[in-house]
Design a protein around this ligand. Sequence first.
Ligand code: UGA
Length: 438
Amino acid sequence: MKITLIGTGYVGLVSGAVFADWGHEVVCLDIDQKKVDKIKDGIMPIYEEGLEELVKRVQAEGKFVATTDYEMAVNHGELIFICVGTPSNESGAADLSYVFSAAESIGKYMKEGEYKVVITKSTVPVKTSEKVSEHIKVGAGSKKVDYDVASNPEFLREGTSIFDANNADRVVIGSGSEKALNLLESLYAGLNTTIVKTDLASSELIKYAANAFLATKISFINEISQICERTGADVKSVAIGMGLDNRIGPKFLNAGIGYGGSCFPKDVEALYRTSSQNLYDFRLLRGVMDANERQKIYFMNKIWDKYGTNLSKYTFGILGAAFKNDTDDTRKSVAIEIIKILRGAGAKMKLFDPAAMENAKKELGNDYITYMESAENSFEAVDAIIILTEWKEFASLDYEKLSSKMKGKVVFDGRNLLDPKEMKKLGYEYFGIGRHKV
Ligand code: UGA
């Protein structure tokens, strides 16, 4: 099939590369010339396992073209996916200006007599695709253009997005047009998965409902961690015991410092706004957001309880800046927020993240922070180690050997990566989330 994707962020670039890998002819458009030039040279604008090799390969095979040429891109695709960003605006609602401007450009370059399906893949509030259709009409002006709109939300996780695209739990497609639904169904026919065909509004809502539910699961276990701390229970055991119930499942039950990233905080808030706009007070979501805010303060309290609120006499080794493991992304990272709170309290820090050093530097600058070349170097003469991102390699460091480098033998484990009993054996004072202090 001939496919065009507008926007080369996580969604557009990964989906485009994967579609090309499936054998389709793909054009990926971005209005940012520098970004497009880099992609052509095989330099990815984002860090994603396996993406660079994949894009280089499909480009070499002539199945994937990156461009800034809107006219060419719109003419190419029978299926045109809108994959541009939908950041939160000041009120917490999704800012749809990029989506609508893409829709107008699509209308502008569409030709009469050529049928297209315009699909929203960006995460957009329910009812947006209807408005996309209106914007296409505005762009088309007096031309008689033939198109249908559809919604096809993506469920890719950063860090594993190529795997996720090839191994989708489900594919959701929504449209009022049978023709559009059938074309989209044939695009995904090679995947061994369930295809949910539904109306536009349900498809759009499924994405928000799924992200908000996962965020709720995280906030729920974080709240349980508070009960654990007050009763002597261990949240890891509680999560295992809960997760073995098939109806609950083990995933997204890791208690920590709260969820972050470019999706959950924005999408939970946007769903809350949608509910308010529809005159419904989705109180459960307010609770989810509140719990997420509180969780980082609970974590900070452990540090303040030990050292006091003025931390200017202390230096901490910080492990992690990314919003989760296996990514360089620091957008809405709780790790970054905690580092800023520590800095506000006067602490000096020796920071290491396996992938996010550059982004961390951009967000944090050099005041109070030294950027280290390895996790091990972060242990040098520090009062405590603070783990903020769930990178697997932080769990397998040689804590026994490294303790001799430290000034104090203390670990604050914001992701419950380590075993408290093991840490006690090694002589550490260990603080986890929802676990006994040892
Ligand atoms: C999330 C969804 O998982 C994807 O399905 C969705 O497609 C994507 O948003 C999106 O809307 O584009 P992502 O933001 O990449 O994916 O990250 P997640 O793996 O979901 O993690 C989100 C946050 O939750 C991270 O800060 C992570 O550390 C935290 N988390 C996750 C926990 O605190 N505990 C857990 O058990 C799981």
